[in-house]
Ligand binder design. Structure first.
Ligand SMILES: [Zn+2]
Length: 317
């Protein structure tokens, strides 16, 4: 049997994967096997048990195959579902959903994937509170949280920050855009959620609707999705050339741009369709969009105003 590197590193250990009592009576947590290893061992344990082996036979068989001796208590816990091999990891099932598509769109735009010691973070730091709130809502649904992640204001950065952590989601989102396409293309709702997230991140409304990014691949894909939704765009063009100077608005420090920045514009005749089908979560951008789409916004009451910011097709025609 060929073992993955993480499994090889964990070899030759007899590892209790559950808390044990020390002599003082306090619960002491023993070091766990790496997550990758647990994820390989778990299905193996289940299939060996399904083949009719006793716990002792299973333990021996597993040791012969992997050089890892799991305790019988752990084997029993896994087989009977009393212990979860994923431990305290934030669970993530890669089920397609508009919330997952929105999360992907943000990470390909303004979001960041960071690794801090043992934390695999998914982070968004932005000036628009409504954008941060929507990301928090989607991220908490994707990670099966009962409440949305906290949206906190950083006085230092002058930005709203949302921060979640999950090794599994981090790994999933670290893939290239090309590999994430099946989740984005799942259905029309997922496609438009992805586009809205990407435009919330990278889009701007100034005379027209444009979106800019350093990845040509991502922008070609965005253009393809828009075309399928019958939203016409112009050609991709270089907006800023690598080497030009970039000023950090907060610190005032100057940087040389490392990569070309490309942009894409929605054609004037498709502005109304874009407003109707994609739109922005960010109210500031959505109001500008309605303005250039020639749609009057009613502001009689906050509830009414909010509804009118995302008009339905019948309201637009
Ligand atoms: Zn879908």
């Amino acid at each position: 049997m060929i073992l993955p590197p993480a499994l090889v590193r964990a070899k030759s250990s007899t590892v209790p994967l559950h808390p044990v009592r020390c002599s003082l009576g306090r619960t002491k947590r023993k070091k766990q096997l790496p997550l990758d290893t647990r994820m390989v061992l778990f299905p193996l344990v289940r299939s060996l048990r399904a083949s009719g082996l006793s716990f002792a036979q299973l333990q021996r068989n597993l040791f012969e195959k992997t050089q890892i001796r799991l305790s019988k208590a752990t084997i029993s816990g896994w087989v009977h579902g009393a212990h979860d091999p994923l431990g305290r990891v934030n669970k993530f099932d890669a089920e397609p959903s508009p919330e997952l598509a929105y999360t992907i769109g943000v990470v390909l735009g303004d979001g960041n994937l960071n690794v801090h010691e043992y934390h695999n973070e998914i982070l968004l730091s932005v000036t628009d509170g409504d954008f941060a709130k929507e990301f928090s809502r989607c991220l908490s649904i994707v990670l099966n949280k009962s409440r949305p992640y906290r949206v906190r204001w950083s006085e230092n950065r002058k930005r709203w920050i949302v921060q979640g952590a999950s090794i599994l989601l981090h790994k999933f989102l670290s893939r290239q855009c090309r590999e994430l396409r099946p989740w984005i293309r799942h259905c029309r709702k997922c496609e438009t959620a992805f586009l809205r997230a990407f435009y919330d991140s990278e889009g701007s409304v100034s005379g027209g609707i444009q979106v800019s990014n350093t990845s040509k691949d991502v922008l070609f894909f965005v253009r393809h999705l828009l075309r399928e939704l019958r939203i016409e765009t112009g050609k991709l063009y270089v907006q800023k050339i690598a080497g030009t100077i970039l000023k950090d608005p907060r610190t005032g420090r100057l940087y040389a741009r490392k990569k070309n920045c490309y942009a894409l514009r929605v054609r004037s005749k498709s502005v109304l369709d874009f407003t109707n089908i994609v739109g922005f979560t960010i109210e500031r951008k959505q109001l500008k969009l309605l303005e250039i789409a020639g749609i009057r916004v009613q502001t009689r009451s906050p509830g009414r105003a909010r509804r009118d910011l995302n008009p339905r097709p019948s309201a637009l025609l």
